[in-house]
Design a protein around this ligand. Structure first.
Ligand code: HEM
Length: 405
């Protein structure tokens, strides 16, 4: 029996539901809470009542505050699902500095803007080849399976040194891990399978290194700077983060553009890389796919937004509604590819800000500047009402996107 605190009787549940027929807008409950003030209490699956931070300014302030911890093992952390008591499987996204910084530093090199720019021709070829295959295959087709998932999967596999031929295995398991309503047993089992798989790969690369990120990590293992299990956990994090997020941005971004034809026309008709880059930022802002919020716990009492957050209280920065804050983005519910949206929080903020953002940006720029120009008649093959949305996922998107041309 979950103990319900006195205050929780009139505290709304989180996550909240989106309005029917508005697949691109955050839940109306988040909007009303944002209008009422920057902080409000919400109730989670376990009966706990962390703070929901709704406004852009307070979200950025708190995400940059060293008195705020991302350590999932701390009491009060507002977890989205039960946590394994031994903390096994936890990677650096859920740790604090200095441990977080130590591990993150080991994998930053391939994600610098310069290294990512050098990968652009290879990503362009992947995108062109997949479009060729799609156009030569059956019509209609599911864009998720034929294009949105393979693009980032192929890229992250190449970068990490994971064989793409194993994609059915790792995509299936990562789907279970990020499914909000997966049972703890199923999630733990999926995590175990992926960790085992990465551990074997690390072992193979110890004996036979290649020119890839996992091999660089195994050098650290060999030098005694990193445990083999840590290397495998970093591999799992990068493999999941590297394809789930970008794949959803490709499919959901395409759907949003098909539903906003004047905006799609801007992209289809331009060869200006600046407009394309701006369009990527605006779609990241508008769609904000990591809709479960940035989860944190206060280490000390913090006064902010007219409230005192007590040490040990949980915090959820609802960045999806932060990206729709009228104080930061005028007319925030309008998709406008020409606005300056670069200050969005779709990649988070502070020390945990997305490591892969230069790569994600480049992949999305290549996709958005290629797909609609090469397939100008691209359109939905079913009604919008029939498209299944990932309301139950840690990453928002569509399960399938039937398209025709
Ligand atoms: C459109 C695509 C993407 C979106 C929207 C996205 C979003 C995010 C967000 C919001 C965070 C912050 C989490 C937090 O503060 O709790 C994050 C962290 C992270 N992302 Fe991404 N991401 C994307 C693509 C990628 C890619 C391609 C990779 C590459 C492997 C990646 C790797 C990571 C890693 C390793 C972290 C943890 C960083 C840390 O804790 O220091 N992401 N991402």
């Amino acid at each position: 029996m979950i103990p319900v605190r006195e205050e929780s009787a009139d505290v709304p549940e989180f996550p909240m539901a989106r309005a029917a027929g508005c697949p691109f807008d955050p839940p109306p409950g988040l909007r009303s809470r944002q209008e009422a003030g920057p902080l409000a209490k919400v109730r989670l699956w376990d009966g706990s009542t962390p703070w929901l931070v709704t406004r852009y300014a307070e979200q950025r302030t708190l995400l940059a505050d060293p008195r705020v911890s991302a350590d999932i093992m701390r009491p009060g952390y507002p977890s989205s699902a039960p946590i394994r008591p031994d903390g096994s499987g936890v990677s650096f996204i859920l740790m604090d500095d200095p441990e977080h910084a130590r591990l993150r530093r080991m994998v930053t090199a391939p994600f610098t803007v310069k290294r990512v720019a050098a990968m652009r021709p290879a990503v362009q070829k992947i995108v062109d080849d997949l479009i060729d295959e799609m156009l030569a295959g059956p019509n209609p087709v599911d864009l998720v399976e034929a294009f949105a998932l393979p693009v980032p999967s192929l890229v992250i596999c190449e970068l990490l040194g994971v064989p793409y031929s194993d994609h059915d295995f790792f995509q299936e398991n990562s789907k279970t891990i990020i499914k909000r309503d997966a049972s703890p047993e199923d999630r733990t089992a999926a995590m175990g399978r992926l960790a085992g798989y990465l551990d074997e790969l690390v072992g193979a690369k110890l004996a036979n290194p290649g020119d890839d990120l996992l091999s660089r990590l195994t050098e650290r293992v060999a030098a005694g700077e990193l445990a083999r299990a840590e290397a495998a956990r970093i591999g799992v994090l990068l493999l999941i983060a590297g394809h789930e997020t970008t794949a959803n941005m490709i499919a959901l971004g395409t759907l949003a553009l098909l539903e906003h034809p004047a905006q799609l026309a801007l992209l289809r008709e331009t060869d200006d890389p600046k407009l394309v880059a701006g369009a990527v930022e605006e779609l990241l802002r508008y769609l904000h796919i990591t809709h479960n919020g940035r989860r944190r716990v206060a280490l000390e009492d913090i006064e902010i937004g007219g409230q005192v957050i007590r040490a040990g209280e949980g915090l959820i920065m609802a960045n999806d509604i932060g990206n729709r804050d009228p104080e930061a983005f005028p007319d925030p519910d309008r998709l406008d590819l020409t606005r300056d949206a670069r200050h969005h929080v779709a990649f988070g903020f502070g020390v945990h800000q997305c490591l892969g953002q230069p790569l994600a940006r480049m992949e999305l720029q290549v996709v958005y500047s290629t797909l609609y120009r090469r397939v100008p008649t691209l359109r939905l093959a079913e009604d919008l009402a029939q498209i299944p949305f990932k309301h139950d996922g840690a990453v928002y998107g569509v399960y399938r996107l039937p398209v025709t041309w």
